[in-house]
Design a binder for this molecule. Sequence first.
Ligand code: FE2
Length: 293
Amino acid sequence: MDTTTTTTPANFTVTLPRRVERLVQGQATSDGAGVKLVRVLTQDLQRRLDPFLMLDNFGTENPGDYIGGFPDHPHRGFETVTYMLQGRMRHRDSVGNVGLLVPGSVQWMTAGRGVIHSEMPEQQEGAMEGFQLWLNLPSHSKMREPWYRDIASEEVPEWQGDGAQVRIIAGSSHGVTGAMQREVTEPLYLDVRLQAGASFHQPLADDLNAFLYVYRGELTVADTVVRRHRLAILANTPGSHGTVLTAGPEGAQAILVAGKPLKEPIAQYGPFVMNTQQEIVQAVQDFQAGRLA
Ligand code: FE2
């Protein structure tokens, strides 16, 4: 018998769903060597959506928007989770890992004490689309050894419901354990694909911070319509125990993300996220002295 508290029963129905606290439109920006993207979870939302630090959505059919890629750059103090929908991206890092992201695959990288890596498109034309989510590490793990895993598309478990196909990148849903489990923050990361009018129920303890981001069509969450390219922050209403997503007439696709807040100080300078300013100064010094490679 499975006794973990995070596993969802197979036939879970939400009767007291969370409402949408706020809708957020992402900010168009560029990063790396001129890659155009939409920063959906911005720095001002880090406290509200603790333990998540950033969500970028890249999506374009114009090679000029992505061809520069993300040449060598450092990270320290958190994890990056990259999920590809379209396109091919090559990863290389200072630990010696090399990986290729292809449609449907995921890269989970724990930067820990420090990694220098590049993320470069391996295509000259065609569409490039996906997400990068930054997940914070608890203070006692920020300086841990780096870690890395490529998750092939066929390694991402799926749950199929009535008009619903759900890819479970992390956490669990309807009795299906996802590709990744993480202690402390216990992240849930689902790619929910709904046919027109179909609904999907997901339990969420009311202390979890949770949001969803619609990338195709539109859907309704507790009477609030969430249009394409909008982030919906789900209210932590006491006693609520989940969320219900219902697709509009065109169907909908969205990522649903939740996790346990760390409630620790956040100090960020670009690609370094620590707890104190002193630790940030140390990170910059370590990078400049070549101690992150
Ligand atoms: Fe990076």
